[in-house]
Design a protein around this ligand. Structure first.
Ligand code: NDP
Ligand code: 8X3
Length: 250
């Protein structure tokens, strides 16, 4: 039987690329995000490859998250694969001048949003004693970099939550994985810099990871044999050695 995957943050970047990769292999999709028009156009593009259902909600809104997942039609109610991908950095400021709204956004979306979605899905996985949860962390979850403070904290939390999930869900045979990318060329920097020109330079002078590179790895992770779990994977583009060391050529 074909599996069903729920992907948060499917309207852009890594989430959208993962939707396209999964669709190629006939995985039934539940695509989530706030931008309904994007969900609709992705649905339209993928509907000749697989079945797609879209859910529009903000992961910061606890009730909306639970209501959306509760509203899934019968044919989509069993979620075999959960990709907790929705998230972003907001701002790049030293801690002393950081913006409180940016801090709230990063902790509410990257950490609490991930928890709300997981809480809504995990009970059906434990009841069936099967499932695979992939949390999209970051190299920022392994290494703090200048001005990364709260974003890095949110991604360190994602890693801790991933480890906690793996420990607690082991009696149920549920796989839990963290995929931790370095620089990926998506809308990430447009969001981080709020449309400022600074975003234009982030991916210049080297070949950053592309969202399809991460989608490929996620598909690899979900297609391992039953006894194999990719627990924690760090991936950089070849030009990146650490959060602060990127070889740029101009
Ligand atoms: P994008 O900005 O391209 O995509 C972010 C996605 O998250 C969008 O689909 C957006 O959808 C969704 N999202 C954001 N806020 C919310 C919210 N409040 N409620 C619901 N959905 C939301 O960035 P990426 O694809 O790069 O980011 C995906 C993940 O990868 C994030 O967790 C990010 O931290 C992580 N990551 C990114 C890296 C990079 O360099 N790009 C590197 C390492 C990790 P919508 O706006 O429609 O709601
Ligand atoms: C994103 C990686 O280094 O751009 O999680 O913050 S970085």
């Amino acid at each position: 039987m074909k599996k069903t995957a729920l992907i948060t943050g499917a309207t852009s970047g890594i989430g959208r690329a993962t939707a396209y990769e999964f669709a190629k292999h006939g995985i039934q999709l539940i695509l989530c995000g706030r931008r309904q028009e994007r969900l609709d156009s992705i649905n339209k593009e993928l509907s000749n490859k697989t079945k797609v259902h879209t859910l529009q909600f903000d992961v910061r809104d606890k009730q909306a998250t639970f209501d959306a997942i509760e509203s899934l039609p019968e044919a989509y109610k069993q979620v075999d694969i959960l990709i907790n991908n929705a998230g972003n950095a907001h701002g790049l400021d030293p801690i002393q001048t950081g913006n409180l709204e940016d801090w709230d956004a990063m902790l509410d979306i990257n950490v609490k949003g991930l928890l709300y979605v997981s809480k809504a899905i995990i009970p059906q996985m434990t009841a069936r004693n099967s499932g695979h949860i992939i949390n999209i962390g970051s190299s920022a979850g392994k290494e703090v970099y200048p001005k990364g403070n709260v974003y890095c904290a949110s991604k360190h939390a994602v890693l801790a939550i991933t480890e906690g999930m793996r420990i607690d869900l082991i009696p149920h045979g549920i796989k839990v994985s963290a995929i931790n990318p370095g620089l990926v060329e998506t809308e990430f920097s447009q969001v981080r810099f709020k449309g400022d020109k600074a975003a234009d330079n982030v991916y210049k002078g080297y070949k950053a990871l592309q969202p399809e590179d991460i989608a490929d790895i996620i598909y690899f992770a979900v297609t391992r044999p039953a006894h194999v779990n990719i627990a924690d994977l760090l991936v950089f583009c070849t030009a990146q050695a650490s959060s602060t060391i990127v070889k740029k050529e101009f």
